[in-house]
Design a protein around this ligand. Structure first.
Ligand code: BGC
Length: 452
């Protein structure tokens, strides 16, 4: 590596550094924003009520789940045995075409209803046996009940027209009727973080936080209903899971690359933390840096510019390949790159992914200390998403921040990979919502094996 490259990378290290003091400062500002959100004041943390608490493990039944979170739609049939065990009995995956993500809202909801119709047909399921559909809709929604909520704004590249400001459960129900699916009703509307928390806590009562670190990022935790200013909640003194929408946290120090990225997104000014942390955006940060290095003549050649100038030509999956020592440039379609340039790119990926993990770790520490200031209890954090699960070194970088915050007490926090939360967890939430009514006194189903 020559002197110019070394100098550039060292400046980059500074721009992307997130020191222990930065982490402490961010956590303090995070608490201020949480408080403002809870008090009903303007805040970048929305603190959205889910209208459910955590499951007890005794919930049971068969449910359909429809999971729209990013570029994939999943339709699932889920069975809960009432003893903490959940099983997916059937699942379909469909790619959501860009035309559907960004077209008219009605077309998006018709696509969802069509997904349910195909699923029922393909798996020969009688809708009469699967009347409750849990809808995982992983976007910021202001809920007014467990099965009603208005989309506040789209994130993660969705822009489907005419949906923001509407009750998404009503839109889905109308689309199901248009498809003549009369027997199924949408009984729960669930954020993926809430589904993830529900999935883990169905079998483990120490779980008190759900986190997503994938295409987008977000977290939820159980809050005492008495602390919610928005009021009108049933059962004061109980807990309700709150969706923080932490991807929108906007009190972090940004650098010129963050600003350049924000300007080219579909939602400038919003989801500022998500744009520093999540899988959909860290590849973009790396791309902008490599493009800058190419333009300055520090790496590659001008002929490589078109690849790097194309939005989303670098993904977090390709970044993780470089962390595994594989050829990053070959993966993005630039062959025959020198070892020197490859090393420099690997360094850039390390710098960007490390900041992402450290910010996620600081936000997590902020939520844990909000619940338990002196870390007196054990906390199990359910985490889903490809960054946490697949990016080499990502969990370790997060843990490092927890150790800076809590020293040896950090081992009271367990970070647990929890897959399928947005499917299984939605079904659990649907069951929590209906539990206490006709389900409550039924005998438990025979014990079944978990088969994922
Ligand atoms: C959405 C959240 C979601 C997160 C993870 C964000 O873009 O606003 O609601 O939980 O992505 O999927």
């Amino acid at each position: 590596m020559n002197q110019t490259t070394r100098k550039y990378l060292s400046k980059l290290e500074d721009l992307f550094s997130f020191s222990p003091a930065d982490a402490q400062g961010a956590a303090a500002r995070f608490h201020e924003e949480m408080k403002r959100g809870l008090d009903g004041q303007t805040s970048s943390l929305r603190m959205l009520p889910s209208y459910v608490g955590r499951p007890t493990g005794a919930e049971q039944g068969r449910f359909l789940a429809l999971d729209l979170g990013g570029t994939n739609l999943r339709v699932l049939a889920v069975r809960l045995d009432g003893r903490g065990k959940a099983e997916i009995t059937a699942v379909n995956r469909l790619a959501v075409p860009e035309t559907v993500m960004r077209g008219p809202g009605e077309a998006l909801f018709d696509f969802l209803a069509e997904g349910v119709a195909l699923f029922l047909e393909e798996h020969r399921l009688d809708p009469k046996d699967h009347r409750d559909l849990a809808f995982t809709f992983s976007f910021p929604v202001a809920q007014s009940a467990v099965n009603a909520g208005v989309l506040l704004n789209w994130t993660k590249g969705f822009t489907a027209a005419g949906v923001a400001g509407q009750n998404v459960v009503a839109l889905l129900s109308e689309a199901l009727r248009r498809k003549r699916i009369e027997e199924v009703s949408v009984t729960a509307l669930v954020n993926d973080t809430v589904g993830t928390l529900a999935t883990k806590s169905y079998a483990d009562s120490s779980c008190d936080m759900g986190v997503i670190l994938g295409t987008g990022t977000n977290a939820c935790y159980p809050e005492k209903t008495g602390r919610l200013a928005k009021g009108g909640f049933p059962q004061p003194g109980k807990e309700m899971i709150l969706n923080l929408e932490w991807g929108n946290f906007d009190k972090l120090v940004t650098n010129p690359y963050d600003e350049a990225l924000d300007r080219i997104t579909l939602n400038p000014g919003r989801q500022r933390m998500e744009k520093m942390v999540s899988g959909m955006y860290i590849g973009e940060l790396v791309r902008l840096i490599l493009l800058d290095m190419t333009d300055r003549g520090i790496m590659l050649d001008k002929k490589h510019r078109p690849v790097l100038a194309r939005e989303h030509s670098v993904s977090s999956e390709q970044m993780s390949l470089s962390a595994l020592g594989e050829d990053f440039f070959a993966a993005i379609g630039i062959p025959d790159v020198s070892d020197r340039d490859r090393d420099a790119a690997a360094h850039v990926c390390r710098i960007v992914s490390r900041r992402s993990a450290r910010i996620a770790g600081a936000a997590l520490a902020a939520v844990v200390t909000w619940m338990d200031a002196h870390l007196e209890k054990k906390h199990t954090i359910a985490i889903d998403g490809s960054l946490f699960e697949k990016y080499p070194g990502y969990p370790e970088n997060m843990r490092c921040v927890l150790e800076e915050f809590f020293a040896c007490r950090a081992d009271r926090i367990s970070l647990c990979t929890t897959s399928d939360g947005s499917g299984i967890g939605a079904a659990i939430i649907a069951a929590v919502a209906s539990f206490g009514q006709e389900q409550k006194h039924k005998p438990a189903l025979p014990r079944i094996r978990k088969n994922r």
